[in-house]
Write a protein that binds this ligand. Structure first.
Ligand code: HMG
Ligand code: MG
Length: 285
């Protein structure tokens, strides 16, 4: 049996959304094109969000329409509301991602509304996506800890995961937004979630603030998860989660998984090319 793990590259979106130096549209396009050569089947390119809130991604339409798209790759964008959905459709996104939070305060800080209000905004977006057969990924932030409210109970995550899956999300990406997760807290979460939800419907999205993201991936593999988000060169963070660092580095995760006998299908040299390219452009951390 092949030991296959799929990495979803989120660097162009999660990595760059928090980057203080302006990155040109041309450089973003080059980054996505380099990543398209590395063997991913899914790349998260950008977000159709308010340019006042996330100025770095104001060129979402230009990036999406200027990249060289490969047929074998699904290019995803984030959509917080109807306007974001309209932007995704205009840019011919292959897939969209909606994003909610497990805590009220993070929901307010991130998308300026309560959890219930965010779900109400997603409802028509999900209905339209279903009508078009457009795949929707559902993100949940702060799955084990919140920068404002501290520890998060697994039940808060289960509620939103069930809501999203019932309305057609094909997968829930579990966001450890501030990278506070440990093998213990991730296990407690997955123990609860996998009691009701098949592991194949769950993905891990672990930020690496405390350097434990790879351990958390390995822990999640033991619960049956096989899909993980990662960012080239470990770029990123969330502008609305103070102190949050980047996602687990794609390069480092690929290496760790390969050493453990897992196949990602990624080309390490092409990953290095992309990492070198973007590392020269972002603010050193
Ligand atoms: P709002 O201010 O509450 O909403 O924004 P609004 O409807 O009152 O709109 C305000 C202005 O934004 C208006 O413009 C709208 O037209 C415009 P104005 O009239 O003032 O000129 N607007 C938009 N513009 C472009 N695209 C749109 C859009 N919607 C409204 N889609 C909103 C609500 C959600 C839009 C805002 O709060 C926002 O954009 N927030 C940014 C959220 C974000 O990108 N967060 C980071 C991504 S999530 C993340 O990183 C976590 C994740 O990685 C998982 C994890 O790690 O946990 C996924
Ligand atoms: Mg994130």
């Amino acid at each position: 049996m092949t030991k296959q793990i799929e990495l979803i590259e989120v660097g162009p979106r999660d990595g760059l959304q928090n980057e203080p130096s302006p990155i040109t549209t041309e450089d973003k396009v080059t980054l996505v094109n380099l990543l398209s050569e590395a063997g991913f089947s899914t790349i998260e390119v950008t977000s159709f969000v308010s340019p006042k809130w996330v100025p770095q991604l104001a060129d979402a339409h230009q990036v999406m329409t200027q990249i060289n798209r490969k047929k074998a790759i699904r290019y995803i964008v984030l959509t917080p509301n109807q306007r974001g959905y309209d932007g995704a459709i205009a840019a011919d996104a292959d897939e969209i991602a909606i994003f909610a939070a497990a805590t009220e305060t993070f929901s307010q800080k991130n998308i300026n509304c309560s959890i219930e209000e965010s779900l109400a905004r997603f409802e028509p977006v999900l209905a339209q996506a279903r009508a078009r057969n457009l795949p929707v990924r559902g993100y949940i932030s702060c799955v084990v800890g919140c920068p404002y409210e501290g520890d998060v109970a697994p039940e808060a995550v289960t509620y939103i995961a069930d809501w999203m899956l019932a309305r057609g999300c094909y997968e829930i990406s579990l966001g450890d937004t501030i990278g506070c997760g440990t093998p213990q807290t991730i296990s407690a979460l997955l123990d609860r979630l996998t009691a009701d939800i098949p592991a194949k419907l769950l993905a891990g999205h672990y930020h690496d603030t405390n350097g434990r993201a790879i351990e958390n991936v390995m822990t999640s593999i033991n619960f049956g998860l096989r899909r993980f988000d990662s960012a080239i060169a470990g770029l990123g963070g969330c502008p609305f989660a103070p102190g949050a660092k980047g996602n687990v580095s794609t390069n480092a995760l690929h290496n760790a998984l390969s050493e453990a006998g897992w196949h990602t299908g990624l080309d390490a040299d092409r990953l290095s090319d992309a990492a070198e390219f973007i590392s020269r452009l972002v603010t050193p951390r």
